[in-house]
Design a protein around this ligand. Structure first.
Ligand SMILES: Nc1nc2c(c(=O)[nH]1)N[C@H]1C(S)=C(S)[C@@H](COP(=O)(O)O)O[C@H]1N2
Ligand SMILES: [Mo]
Length: 201
């Protein structure tokens, strides 16, 4: 007779606050493909490039003049750690796009660009409606360089590779293109609750 022991509960305890396959950590690991660039705010710019190829730059001073939001969000990294209840301050991406008068007609996707050449692609709608920020403070202090300071994209409802550190460009697109990790087989969208880690998940 085959006896299969499943332990006392029958099933593994599932933590409803973290997506499937994730575990909680209180650490804040640093994950960067390459060296940490040291970027000051004086010459900082974020270029918004429209589908017509025209670019509009946002300076640090202009960014600081835009409405800010304080948000407390959960982070989910595809390497399986989740960090719950993290506090950030940032400018909603919709405010940045509005400030440069970006023409969103026909725009379906955005390629985020970073210093050093990192890229990641997202649907435009995921950057609007209070779901995404250009974040410049973490836990009440200026965002550390290792975590993307002076400013990074923060898109916490998607896996953390979508939150481009040292963001310096938002390229508006009619059609989706793959970013850095997406080109290596990571999922084009990356919803942690649907466990979209790799293309095809
Ligand atoms: N510019 C840039 N942004 C990046 C990365 C990177 O290598 N370069 N790594 C991504 C990945 S894979 C993750 S998991 C998160 C890690 O953010 P953290 O180092 O603040 O934890 O940043 C994302 N943003
Ligand atoms: Mo990652």
């Amino acid at each position: 007779m085959a006896v299969v022991s499943r332990g006392f509960g029958g099933r593994r305890q599932v933590d409803p606050q973290v997506p499937p396959g994730q575990y909680r950590t209180d650490d804040f690991p640093v994950l960067t493909a390459g060296p940490t660039p040291l970027i000051g705010t004086v010459n900082w710019t974020l270029d918004v490039t429209g589908v017509d190829g025209a670019s509009h730059s946002v300076s640090w001073q202009q960014l600081m003049a835009l409405p800010v939001e304080d948000v407390t969000v959960d982070l989910h990294c595809v390497t399986k750690w989740s960090k719950l209840g993290t506090r950030w301050r940032g400018v909603p991406v919709a405010e940045v796009l509005g400030a440069v008068g970006a023409d969103l007609e026909g725009v379906e996707y955005v390629m985020a660009h970073s210093h050093g050449g990192y890229t990641t692609n997202l649907p435009l709608r995921d950057l609007l409606h209070g779901q995404a920020w250009v974040a410049f403070e973490f836990d009440g202090s200026a965002l550390a360089a290792a975590h993307g300071g002076p400013a990074r994209l923060l898109v916490p409802h998607l896996y953390l590779w979508k939150s481009a550190k040292w963001v310096n460009g938002l390229e508006l697109l009619r059609e989706d293109r793959l970013g850095f990790w997406e080109n290596f087989g990571y999922h084009p969208y990356g919803d942690p609750w649907r466990e979209q880690r790799y293309a095809g998940d």
